[in-house]
Design a protein around this ligand. Structure first.
Ligand SMILES: *Cc1c(COP(=O)(O)O)cnc(C)c1O
Length: 453
């Protein structure tokens, strides 16, 4: 039996195994209960009910074992039930579960903030406040930006995803399923084109420059510079399809903000915390945002989110203006400290880079054999392929994407879809996955593409 690297918690056999139909009989029973008890708006990508997970696998209640290329959407980056996360959170559960930081403070909250202040690529002295979810972090980053500038307008990009609350779904680009029927939306949100190299009308070479020109036009002419508080950007877009902005675009955005006194907010909720082979994805282009949000990978599976920003901006919000009842829960803070330890002790930044190299090289090989794989992109353990119709005209192929994902699921590989056109397969393995399982998963994918293309 192969056991994944030391990052695995409880010993779970590291194998791909499908021994029932998917979902199996026990999962189907639970799905019947789900349908009777939960609203229809809560769906699952792969509706098998989980019994345990760790290393690189998820085991369901029917005994099927799936290779995990999803990490609960980039959350269990250090692995499910990672030992240091479990140990710290368990000890904290015995000590106390909650005080509300706004009532009585505790050290672990401060320690998480100190760590993020050192790690985040924010220029100068930083401050951090903790929250419960990515959407809450983005909401609070915007509250801070508005309080610090006294201006209302927020600039976001096409293909952006920032969450499901009223403000953050307004910031999100895609209508279905995130916005349809949920309006009216928030005022003073403006959208610029994203420097999306694969789909830029005049080609990838002109992409960064022309997208920057469009951003300037939006800010200076359409909104009016004096009305703009912040520009909010994902350094690698997540739900939008792992779009890596054209090289040079993010530095241009930073320059445009700096010249005008606008606050640059990097939404690193999905790409941050070691996922892309650096602590934060902003580092790949050397940008230094004024404010950075993080969440998904931060708590090793426990809900915790953070806003880290330049001290003078963060201090602009009045006392009592930030925080929340559950924000920075002590168990989640201990889990986050465990995540930092796991990343440092196992050099998971390097591990994410290696996983990226392996995935990119196999996926490019698959692309050479199948012209339906239009684009292969991403950084570190955040990689995606974009599927198109054959013939080279780049027409999105969401039907093929759905079929390939379904076949992978039947074969014991959990993959997630994404993309504004529903035609992206994204791969987010936990950094605790073994090379053996990583390669096996990629071969399952290769066969699924060959069978469906
Ligand atoms: C997931 C995500 C969010 C929202 O996070 P939740 O915890 O689901 O509220 C915000 N921004 C980005 C970039 C995300 O990927």
């Amino acid at each position: 039996m192969t056991v994944a690297p030391e990052t695995t918690g409880p010993v779970i056999e590291q194998v791909r195994r499908v021994r029932t139909e998917v979902p199996g009989p026990r999962s189907r029973e639970l799905l019947d209960r789900q349908r009777a008890a939960l609203p229809a708006g809560l769906g699952s990508t792969l509706p098998v009910f989980v019994a345990s997970a760790g290393g690189g696998v998820i085991v369901d209640v029917d005994g099927n074992s799936f290779i995990d290329f999803g990490s609960g959407i980039a959350v269990t980056t250090v692995g499910n039930s990672a030992p240091r996360v479990v140990a710290r959170a368990t000890e904290q559960l015995q000590r106390f579960t909650h005080t509300c930081y706004l009532v009585n403070p505790y050290e672990s909250y401060v320690a998480v903030c100190e760590r993020l202040n050192r790690l985040a690529p924010v220029p100068g002295p930083a401050r951090t406040a903790l929250f419960n979810s990515g959407a809450e972090a983005v909401e609070n980053a915007i509250k801070v930006a508005r309080a610090a500038t006294g201006r209302p307008a927020i600039v976001v990009f096409d293909h952006a995803f920032h969450g499901r609350t009223l403000l953050t779904m307004t910031l999100t680009a895609k209508n279905k399923p995130y916005k349809q029927g949920f309006g009216p939306f928030v005022a003073d949100v403006y959208r610029a084109p994203m420097a999306y190299p694969y789909r830029w009308p005049t080609g990838p070479e002109r992409c960064a420059e022309e997208a920057a020109e469009a951003l300037v036009d939006l800010i200076d002419r359409q909104i009016g510079t004096d009305n703009v508080a912040a520009v909010l950007v994902e350094p690698i877009q997540g739900e939008g399809g792992f779009i890596v902005p054209a090289p040079g675009f993010l530095p241009k955005v930073q320059q445009i903000c700096a010249e005008r006194g606008l606050i640059l907010i990097a939404d690193e909720v999905q790409a941050g915390i070691a996922r892309t082979g650096t602590w934060f994805a902003s580092e790949h282009e050397g940008i230094q945002p004024d404010i950075v949000t993080s969440a998904k990978g931060l708590g090793g599976g426990l809900p915790i989110a953070a806003v880290t920003g330049r001290a003078e901006l963060m201090d602009a919000a009045p006392a009592g203006g930030l925080g929340g009842t559950f924000s920075g829960n002590p168990v989640a803070c201990e889990a986050a400290l465990g995540v930092f330890d796991e990343i440092e002790e196992h050099d998971l930044l390097t591990r994410a880079q290696r996983i990226g190299e392996t995935m990119l090289s196999t996926l490019r090989d698959i692309q050479r054999a199948h012209d339906v794989v239009g684009d292969v992109r991403g950084r570190g353990a955040m990689i995606a392929i974009e599927l198109v119709h054959p013939g080279g005209d780049r027409r999105p192929n969401p039907e093929l994407t759905t079929r390939i994902a379904a076949r992978c699921h039947q074969e014991g590989l959990l993959v997630l879809t994404a993309g504004s056109y529903g035609n992206v397969l994204r791969f987010l393995p936990p950094l605790s996955i073994s090379d053996e399982l990583l390669n096996e998963g990629l071969e399952v994918l290769r066969s699924a593409i060959a069978a469906e293309a």
